[in-house]
Design a protein around this ligand. Structure first.
Ligand code: NAD
Length: 285
């Protein structure tokens, strides 16, 4: 990695929860490439240290930390370790999330709760801790990771996840309105389908429940491209940062008539089109 200092990353201290693997790992690497010092926090401590080591090996600055975003204590300990290594946190990324699959009548209440805890309250937890410190300094950047599933209706095979990600988007948009006049930037990374291991950790509550995808016109993105999209969006002062610009066309169709959009989804799924995205061709070597 050749470090390329770029605002708002050059000299900034970033703390990324959920950065050991997948999108978070790529985001940590990209922030470091742009000149940030990165605290890589994750429940998988060995993988967090591995990501940090990859950044350091490439010429960047990083530390790997253990953090369980479901625990106040653990989130606080990781933030304090990051602050004592680098100083005040300029960029906070809440990237942890998890999926499930199943019909709503088969999903126990505890799983609806877990989806909110992992995808939504985890972000609230670290924001509650670090936002007041950013307000006191009058600077900072908060990033929360949502999903297309929270942006427009299609994710009928994982309704608790869709609802939690919609909450993330609503919270992030309102935080932007509240915090930007105080000098704090706020962004929401909104991934469509991205090639990661996220499906490996997915629990299925209904045997053979078909996955409902965001649209077969979408291509599955690679994590490196997602990280660049996020970093460019942050640099350009964007609040909502979808991983695919086609999201805006879909949103326009939804906004023109939400009822017609929902009816069309019902008909699409009934016809056997699950809306699964296009698998990209293997990269050329
Ligand atoms: N991959 C996709 O297609 C996709 C699409 C839309 C949204 N997203 C969202 O993007 C984010 C990242 O997803 P990903 O695909 O890279 O997933 P991933 O499973 O590859 O990575 C998730 C990371 O979070 C960590 N993690 C899990 N539980 C944790 C906990 N309790 N505390 C701390 N860390 C924990 C994991 O160890 C892992 O490193 C998630 O919020 C996900 O919902 C992903």
């Amino acid at each position: 990695m050749t470090t390329q200092p770029q605002a708002p990353f050059a000299g900034a201290n970033a703390l990324v929860y959920g950065a050991a693997k997948g999108i978070g790992r790529a985001v940590a690497l990209e922030f470091a490439r742009r000149g940030a010092k990165v605290a890589v926090a994750d429940i998988d401590e060995a993988a967090a240290r591995d990501t940090a080591a990859a950044i350091v090996a490439a010429g960047g600055e990083a530390i790997g930390l253990v953090a369980n975003v479901l625990s106040d204590e653990s989130v606080r300990a990781a933030a304090e370790a990051a602050e004592s290594a680098y100083g005040a946190i300029d960029i906070l990324v809440n990237n942890v999330g998890g999926l499930l699959n199943g019909h709503p009548e088969d999903i126990p209440m505890s799983e609806w709760q877990r989806m909110m805890d992992l995808n939504y309250f985890a972000a609230v937890r670290s924001i509650s801790l670090l936002m007041p410190r950013m307000q006191a300094r009058g600077s900072g950047h908060i990033v929360n990771t949502a999903s297309f599933a929270g942006l427009y209706p299609y994710a009928a095979s994982r309704i608790p996840y869709a609802a939690a990600k919609a909450a993330v988007i609503a919270m992030t948009e309102s935080l932007a309105i509240y915090l930007q006049p105080q000098g704090i930037r706020v962004s929401c990374l909104i991934p469509g389908p991205v090639l990661t291991g996220v499906l490996d950790t997915m629990t299925s509550w209904t045997p053979d429940c078909p996955m409902r995808g965001p649209g077969s016109e979408l291509e599955i993105k690679r994590v490196d491209d997602v990280a660049i999209t996020l970093a460019n969006g942050m640099r350009d002062g964007k609040v909502l940062i979808p991983t695919d610009e086609k999201a805006w066309d879909i949103i326009r169709r939804w906004a023109a008539s939400p009822d017609a959009f929902i009816q069309a989804k019902i008909e699409q799924f009934a016809s056997g089109d699950s809306g699964l995205p296009i698998v990209p061709p293997a990269p050329r070597r």
